[in-house]
Design a protein around this ligand. Sequence first.
Ligand code: SF4
Length: 725
Amino acid sequence: GAGLAEITKKVDSVCPYCGVGCQLTWNVGPDGQGGERIHTVTGRDGPANQGRLCVKGRYGFDYIHNPRRLTVPLVRRHGVPKSPADIEAVKSGAKPLSELFREASWDEALALAAGGFARIRDAAQPGFDSPLAGFGSAKGSNEEAYLFQKLVRQVLHSSHVDHCTRLCHASSVAALLEGIGSGAVSNPVADVAQAEVIFLIGANPTVNHPVAASFIKNAVDAGATLIIADPRRQQLTRRAKWHLQFRPDTDVALLNGLLHVIIAEGLVDEGFIAARVQGYEALKASVAEATPERMAEICGIPADTLREVARTFATARSAMILWGMGVSQHVYGTDNARGLIALSLITGQIGRPGTGLHPLRGQNNVQGASDAGLIPMMLPNYQRVSEAAVRAQFEALWHSDIDPRPGMTVVEIMHAAHEGHIRGLFVEGENPAMSDPDLNFARQALCELQHLVVQDIFATETALLADVILPASAQPEKWGTYTNTDRLLQVGRPAVAPPGQARQDLWVIEQLARRLGAGWNYWRDEDGDGQAAAEAPVARVYEEMRGVMAPLAGVPWTRLQREEAVVTPAPAEDAPGQAVVFIDGFPTADGRARLVPTQFRPGVERTDSEYPFVLTTGRVLEHWHTGAMTRHASMLDAITPQALVSLHPLDAASQGVSDGAMVRLQTHHGEVVARASISDQVQRGQLFIPFAFWEAAANTLTGDALDAVAKIPGFKVTAARLQPA
Ligand code: SF4
């Protein structure tokens, strides 16, 4: 990039990557071709980052200037069939994109996109069994999420709207809503500074939430006790007093062992339980047999260690639990989260600074997208579609009937597509052809759709299977609000214009809605044609959303612009929001939290002599999710250009694999070839592969068995075998 001397404009905004929500400044200057580009990024003193940025935030911005950006609408060439094989062919450069798609005007592309949905919608039987579905985006703004779910519900007349929260923290949210009445965090990450004990389970924040990890490091250096529970080692392990490197998929046994000790040794907070918790006696009975010795046999952590950890957590002045996808991405993920909630509740470690429950949210706006109703069982602000009064409010607002039954979730929609029940799908900013489990099946199901429209900034793996591709705006090209993992509402501002004919996402969604018969009027003539960013339509959508979402009631658009960051819930305009919640009660019908007992059950993926390894998927520091952005960020892709399969040195020796050799990884679901990395971060018998690389698409290997409550797949455990390739 160019030096600071060429900077002509500085735009304050937020990072487009992870849920930490770091504030930053885009430093913009001439691009040498008559336009502008972001040259550098600097960290701002935001509440969540205090000036810090990680490698993605600081160096991962030039994806927006990548020549592969979509700059013109594309429609599938007549007679060219859809094929999963095109993904590798196009990504590898063997087949040009132009063999599959031709360029089109916006008018033609929008007419084709809307026309396909209208035909399917209007031919369907009246009623609620809609053959249409939509996947919105956790990368987009709150306003985009709100408008997208409104499009699916009001205009497509479908309840099948979901997004990648289904694949990350759906089980955490389900357990939290059930247990304490709220799916969001109780305390911000920065509260680790006030925690005497930090219990980190199933999360690798140094990689996935790096700035949050830096606050954890600071807290430990200042005296906090760190307990890590994770089958893999990580960088923070060095700072941990205990690393409980338990056997994969035995979280419930580990947690029940801790609960047993706390109850048996009288370490519970009886006053807190009596005043604020229900279901204690049932929980006590359910873990009566879960002695540390019995649970040690299952999870592999010595009984005495379970005792020491339980005592340390329960007797701490303040103890905080943070967790990630290592807890949630299991077929019993909801049970795992129920165990963590129980741990917090019976010890009274919630409702005060330095305590509480913090599921580290993944993408920059997965919290906000869920809040805004981008989930099939909830309207905005987690108001259940099954409640008549809730439906009545939205039916009056949207002049549209709402199905009282929850719609289908991500993986269910794929199966419905294969079975012919779902015939049209609108995907905005998501990439199910990389993120879904059992990719061979998912990609085939996408091909079987009658009508697939993809709105994105690159020709993603999913877009390559589409009928129409609509070129959208990247986050630094538009206005919008984003809600981070701390429930902090922040403003994203446009630094540069989108390339070519790419348009603002809100404009595109509204154009489709209008062509499908809706009388929307958020984007008005004076706001332009959607090519340049406009603030007013975003503010209009935000204000409509605020009207139906109580936690935003005290944050009009003008306040947010003035303050830049307001923590929610913020019910009053003249008061700060609530960073720590549940101080006096829980947002349940009677104000009390509910304990839900769980029992250990073996998962559905079992190792055997044929598939002797446990394969875990996850992320790496330099890449973000399916790589749609970071694989196009030059510096990040140069640092980490390929998928590495981690395996233990002793397993490498027994399999005859040397470091850096190519290996073939096979499961019941598929196979990939990738390079081996010999590492003691994994246990014997465990393998790890990141899921950001199309060249070795990790989800080809995973299965699509779901958690019964939250419908999240068990990405973290797949039986696998490995051999030199
Ligand atoms: Fe961006 Fe997350 Fe890194 Fe902060 S920690 S700079 S939000 S990727």
